[in-house]
Design a binder for this molecule. Structure first.
Ligand code: BGC
Ligand code: CA
Length: 242
């Protein structure tokens, strides 16, 4: 009885020694991997007569796997329509909340701090405690303000009214540098248009009085080391508009 390999060989006609010895199926892999080469060659679309080296095959495999992983990663990163719509609605909600917060902030915005009083674009601080004139100057400076400098009739009237009910209060006016030469804390001289605000008979410099105060219905020169209330003034902050 003829062996199956030999019978097949006889049907196909004369074969060389190697073909006769190797009777395994065509897609089986031999020791050197020569049969597998035909699979790779087909995959790559080339029909080379020379077998592809193993290293090159491994490289191709790695590259193919890498491309596959990259494609999968890309595909999994693309948000679905539902996720996209969800994101959009969340974004809309955040914008609405921000707009509401902005509204509330602008309503909260005040031209002056809580314990300061707004009048004609300025903020005024009426002290609750009493200090001498120099310490009052310092207190206002520390608050980013000045011991009050009176600039207009309206301002004078506003401050006079409050001080009358509150008590004697220092203002930023003195003749410390030169007797009888009254200057504001910013160095400017007392203008003649404002001299009418001295109380009748003042300034009388009765006993070294070099600092000015609100007393009753007008100004009085008084002793700088005496403790009195004080008034600070600073610019109001502008609130943002819509
Ligand atoms: C004050 C003086 C002021 C006088 C006016 C006194 O109490 O200390 O500064 O000139 O009153 O009458
Ligand atoms: Ca006086």
């Amino acid at each position: 009885m003829t062996a199956p390999g030999k019978a097949q060989a006889q049907e196909q006609g004369p074969l060389d020694e190697e073909q006769l010895i190797d009777s395994r199926p065509r897609n089986a892999m031999n020791r050197s991997g020569h049969r597998q080469a035909s699979v790779f060659n087909s995959l790559a679309g080339c029909h080379l007569h020379h077998p592809i080296p193993l290293v090159l095959k491994l490289l191709m495999l790695t590259l193919f796997a890498g491309i596959l992983v990259a494609i999968l990663a890309q595909v999994s990163n693309i948000p679905s329509r539902q996720e996209y719509e969800q994101d959009q609605s969340q974004q809309k909600q955040v914008y609405q909340e921000l707009a509401q917060m902005k509204d509330r902030m602008s309503n909260l915005c005040r031209p002056c701090s809580w314990d300061w009083t707004f009048f004609q674009g300025k903020c005024y601080f009426f002290s609750k405690s009493q200090r001498n004139w120099h310490d009052s100057v310092t207190a206002c400076k520390e608050a980013g303000a000045q011991l009050v400098i009176v600039e207009s009739a309206e301002e004078q009237s506003f401050l006079q009214h409050i001080s009358k009910s509150k008590g004697r209060s220092w203002i930023g006016l003195s003749d410390l540098n030169k007797e009888g030469a009254w200057h504001w804390v910013d160095g400017s001289p007392l203008s003649s248009s404002l001299k009418k605000y001295w109380n009748p008979g003042e300034p009388n410099s009765s006993g070294e009085e070099d600092c000015a105060e609100y007393k009753g219905d007008g100004w009085n020169d008084s002793i700088c080391s005496h403790k009195k209330f004080w008034i600070c003034k600073r610019s109001a902050s502008s609130c943002p508009r819509e």
